[in-house]
Design a protein around this ligand. Structure first.
Ligand SMILES: C[S@@+](CC[C@H](N)C(=O)[O-])C[C@H]1O[C@@H](n2cnc3c(N)ncnc32)[C@H](O)[C@@H]1O
Length: 280
């Protein structure tokens, strides 16, 4: 695979050298993300007048049907804002760790940097556990748990468009017997004291959902708590906030593990904590 990538870059450069003004080939992206047969390409301002020609060459050399210009992931639903610069169909099926993820890459976040966490989740739970995924997306974390750990999973996703893919993915991976999906805001979920494990795969405002996670969790459950943290507050945060909110709701906490998932922005990290919670 590495060898193939090494051959791809010179090939793209060679073709575009003939099409772009002098010097611009040096600015071509050296890294990109491929999800199924859709490519996400970061393009610098200077290359924008040639974005369609550039995208066509990347598409042909890499054998993808659609190319998106990388933009931002924003808002409550963490939706990508990417421009289609080649092709038109942005729905694809991505295979990872034996799981099929169907998604619309232009409208649903799927971070390659979170792959280690998706793989980690695949060996976390035991078959007799009930896991509640409060921010399920298309099943990013809950499909690996249901498929590889054989645990039962309740997956909650608020965005109706993303939810459609979550349901399709449960069927595609034949997990109907183990997974139940709800298209609601997780704060409306009525399950109390039911989960052995709660997934909180969200960023920026995840702390606002800690009381709900505690309500869903059984005594001694594990909560996988994600959040974004300014580097200057680490390593105290994000555990200090989790512990404080848990205490206010009469829970003790035990930090089992803390991991950095990725750099989220300059000076800000996406972190996940594994926390065991005890009802006082
Ligand atoms: C950033 S994605 C992450 C998906 C997955 N948990 C992961 O870690 O890769 C978060 C998802 O949570 C959903 N979401 C946001 N607020 C929610 C809420 N209050 N209840 C249920 N789902 C919510 C968003 O629509 C989005 O699909």
């Amino acid at each position: 695979m590495k060898r193939r990538t090494q051959l791809i870059k010179p090939r793209i450069r060679e073709i575009l050298n003939k099409k772009l003004p002098e010097g611009l080939v040096d600015l071509l992206p050296k890294h990109w993300v491929q999800i199924g047969d859709v490519l996400i390409l970061p393009l610098r301002e200077e290359l924008l007048p040639y974005k369609h020609e550039i995208a066509k060459v990347y598409a042909e050399v890499l054998g993808v049907k659609t190319v998106l210009r990388k933009g931002w992931i924003l808002g409550e639903f963490r939706e990508p804002h990417y421009e289609v610069i080649y092709g038109s169909d942005t729905v694809t099926i991505h295979k990872e760790n034996g799981i099929l993820y169907k998604l619309d890459v232009a409208r649903v976040m799927f971070s390659p940097a979170n792959v280690k966490e998706r793989v980690r989740m695949a060996s976390m739970a035991k078959p007799d556990e009930l896991v509640v995924d409060m921010f399920a997306g298309i099943g990013h974390l809950s499909l690996p748990i249901a498929k590889h750990c054989k645990a039962r999973v309740i997956a909650i996703e608020k965005n109706p468009y993303t939810f459609k893919f979550l349901v399709e993915n449960i069927e595609l991976n034949r997990l109907q017997d183990r997974m139940t999906a709800y298209n609601i805001d997780n704060r409306e979920f009525s399950g109390k004291n039911i989960a052995d494990r709660v997934l909180m795969g969200y960023v920026i405002k995840t702390h606002e959902f800690i009381p709900k996670a505690l309500e869903i969790a059984k005594d001694e459950a594990i909560i996988h708590y994600h959040n974004t943290v300014p580097e200057r507050l680490m390593p105290k945060e994000p555990f200090a906030t989790f512990e404080k909110i848990a205490r206010e709701h009469s829970y003790e906490t035990e930090l089992l593990e803390s991991r950095i998932i990725k750099r989220y922005a300059p000076g800000v990290w996406h972190v996940v904590l594994d926390v065991r919670v005890y009802k006082k």
